[in-house]
Design a binder for this molecule. Structure first.
Ligand SMILES: [Zn+2]
Length: 105
């Protein structure tokens, strides 16, 4: 079921780093005020949206392997910014990009 390899992945290179990046992004974007626009979220690759709020721009995503379908099931929260990163699937070791485009109109 991939439990061991997932844990190994988390410890090796995954969510500790990702979490601090998200914190940083949240901190940086807090000076922007919501002026009533609508956010649009587009997953380009390597992820699946768990939640998204078009008013605040806050969304959560899981990493998803394009090769075998593995999902992180440990949502990362982002506020109003696009994501461009990469990860190596703990199940099949496929290295891939995570790209989510966020636009506001
Ligand atoms: Zn995979």
């Amino acid at each position: 079921m991939g439990a061991f390899s997932r844990r190994e992945f988390l410890m090796a290179c995954g969510f500790a780093g990702a979490a601090s990046v998200v914190s940083l992004l949240s901190a940086c974007s807090n000076n922007g005020t919501n002026t009533g626009g609508t956010y649009t979220f587009t997953v380009v690759s390597g992820a699946v949206l768990v939640e998204s709020d078009p008013k605040t721009g806050v969304y959560k995503y899981d990493k998803k392997c394009q090769a075998c379908g593995w999902e992180s099931k440990n949502p990362i929260t982002v506020k109003g910014t696009s994501v461009s990163t990469s990860f190596t699937c703990p199940q099949c070791h496929f290295n891939q990009k995570v790209e989510i485009n966020v636009t506001k109109s």
